[in-house]
Structures are given as C-alpha cells and as structure tokens.
Design a protein around this ligand. Structure first.
Ligand code: SF4
Length: 364
C-alpha cells in the first residue's frame, strides 16, 4: 500500500486528490503512520542570507528586481551573522537551517566561498544545513557536499505546463537538471511547490507526477500556499482554502510516502485546527521563525505551544540520515571551475509578469 512508486499517472493522482475527504485523510494517515512517527515534526528555520535584486521573473516572488515590492534588499550576510541566527534557531527548537539567496544561479567566487563557510559553520553546530541558491553545476554541488551540506532545495513550483505561466526566464528542464546535479552528490534533495498561483487541480497532480518520477524521490517536499505580495504579478490571487491545502498534503503523502512533507508558506492564513488536519494528513515538517525569506510566518513560541497541544515533538537532527563530514576549504579536493549551469531562456511572454514589470518601472 505504501511502496514507493515512480510511475504514478496524473489520472491516478487526481482520483486520490478528489476522494471524499474522510477517505483521503484515512488513507494518507495510514501511510504516514507506516513510514513515520506521526507525533514527530521536523522544524526548519529559513534564513534569507541575500535578499532581493534577483534577475528572474518568478510571478510569485517579491525578490525579483523587476517588480516593485516593499522588500528591502541586502548583501550577503557574514558568516558570523549566520552563525548567530543558527544558534538562535537551534535554541528555538529547529534542527535545520535553510539558507536562501536570491540568485538565479551560483557563481564561483568569494560569495560562494562565503556560503561554503556558512555551511561548514552550521554543520559544526550539529544542525542540518540546507541551501537554496538557484541553479548549481555538479562541481558546485560537490563543493557544497564537501562542506557538509545536508540538503539542497530547488522547487519545481508547479506542473511543467503551468510553470510557463509563472516564469519566463528559465525552463522546467533547468530545474530538473539542477536536481540531477545535486543527486550526483550525497546531499539530499528538497523539492516541492506552491499552490494558489491560479493553477488548476490537474497542475497540482502534474507537479506530483514530476516529483514522484524522480528516482529517488525528494527526501523533503515543501507544500506552500501562495502568499500574494503587492507588486508581484500574482498580487490579486485569492488565498488558498484550507481544504485545498489538506487535500494537497494528503495526496503528497500518498504519492511520496517516505518524504518529509513540509507545511511551508501560508501558515499565517491557517488556523491551528487547519494545521492540525494537515499534520494528520501527513505533513511532518514546518518552517519556524517569524519570517519565511520575506513573507510573514507564525511566531516560533506559538508553534511550540501548538505542538504541545497536539502532543508533537520536534525531530532531532540527523534522524533520517547521518551527519555529513565537513572538509575544510584548505583540504578540498574540488577546484572552482568558474563554470555556469547551462540553462534555457525560453523568454516567452507572460502578460501579467510584463504588466507588473511596467508598473514596477513607473513606481521605482
Ligand atoms: S523565486 Fe528565486 S529565482 Fe525566482 S525571482 Fe525569487 S529569488 Fe529569484
């Protein structure tokens, strides 16, 4: 019933998604209990180590330079700043720090070397380290692995078909290529998506087909509800209904039975009861901290109170996989090759992205 399958069809996934709610919940919770301890939740802290000024045009993202949003950009944080934040996250109950940089892709050079130092520093704090830095080459992924990276996040966002309605500056295959580069190392893969961007249910199922086809499937899958930010092309999207979130989480749990399913952006719009239903449906990970990169998130103390009410406990680091060894920069067996990941520039036009860009020009 809960073996890992890589041949799910969209029709099968849609049939699961559309089941009567009680049957869907029962099936998802049954699989969840077979594969995971239902009372344990993995807690990650997401840290924006370099904010804003990104050259891409992701329609949901307030960090894209071309839109006019209230996000204040900042340069790459120092290793000391990141260490201080990681220690804070650890004392707040997080087992993982995920560092996000608003880059299209990693560029070899002093900034990437600084990120590698951050990875070494956090791994030495005995916390799982994750990075989300855009596209990476195999060599860059190897260097991150050698520094002690535990996970690399690169979301598929939506189905291949709907991806074209949200982003025009790179293609779906580029995402898959970066995931493939990470898979050539011992770093685990974190990949998921966003619902509420105007996609239909077929697109949600299509994204799950793409994630389930990956072999191995991602070790962790964030399911985000769009936080519509003023100034972005998706500013007028209506909030996702909690029922959609529950269905999406439950379906993800069934299709990706071994994966840690993370209840990610959009939790401030959900009641505690709604979140509890998501945990019952198979979510077993959250992002903690009052900000998710640039959008609001529940206060960490509130989350801990919720876990106490639910009798849930935070997962210890390295429960699913042993801690990677950190190799110091001086002992690295990999050189910076100065290469760029290959990516496509589909550059088709997305009307709402173009309109938001024009509005951004006027307002700036
Ligand atoms: S989602 Fe990432 S790649 Fe896209 S605009 Fe935002 S920071 Fe850039």
């Amino acid at each position: 019933m809960s073996e890992v399958r890589h041949n799910w069809t969209k029709e099968e996934i849609l049939a699961i998604y559309n089941k009567p709610m009680m049957e869907l919940l029962y099936e998802a919770a049954t699989i969840h209990r077979k594969q995971h301890d239902p009372n344990v939740v993995q807690v990650s802290t997401l840290l924006s180590i370099k904010t804003g000024g990104c050259s891409e045009d992701c329609g949901y993202c307030p960090q894209a330079a071309r839109y006019h949003t209230d996000v204040e950009g900042n340069d790459l944080m120092t290793v000391q700043q990141v260490k201080a934040q990681a220690l804070r996250a650890k004392s707040g109950g997080s087992s993982r720090v995920c560092m996000g940089a608003a880059w299209r892709n990693v560029k070899d050079g002093p900034e990437f070397d600084q990120v590698l130092d951050m990875v070494r520093t956090i791994n030495k704090l005995d916390m799982e380290v994750c990075c989300t830095l855009g596209m990476v080459t195999e060599n860059q992924a190897q260097r991150l692995a050698e520094a002690g990276l535990y996970a690399y996040n690169h979301n598929l966002d939506s189905s291949e078909e709907y991806y074209k309605e949200v982003i025009s500056t790179r293609g779906y295959q580029d995402r898959l290529d970066t995931i493939d580069n990470v898979r050539k190392t011992n770093v685990t893969v974190c990949s998921g998506g966003i619902i509420g961007m105007g996609e239909n249910i077929e697109d949600r199922a299509g994204m799950l087909v793409a994630l389930s086809t990956l072999n191995p499937q991602p070790e962790s899958t964030p399911i985000n509800a769009l936080v519509a930010v003023e100034g972005t092309p998706l500013e007028d999207q209506k909030p996702v209904e909690i029922w959609d979130m529950i269905r999406m989480v439950a379906t993800t749990r069934i299709v990706l039975p071994e994966t840690q399913v993370r209840l990610s952006a959009g939790r401030t719009q959900m009641s505690r009861e709604g979140q509890a239903m998501c945990f019952f449906a198979g979510a077993n990970s959250i992002f903690a901290g009052d900000k998710l990169l640039t959008t609001p998130n529940p206060d960490v103390n509130e989350d801990m109170k919720m876990f106490e009410k639910l009798g849930m406990i935070p997962q210890k680091p390295f429960t699913k996989k042993v801690q990677p060894q950190t190799v110091e920069a001086a002992d690295s067996k990999f050189e910076a090759l100065g290469e760029k990941p290959k990516w496509t520039r589909p550059d088709h036009k997305i009307e709402r992205n173009e309109e938001a860009k024009q509005r951004g020009k006027v307002l700036k």
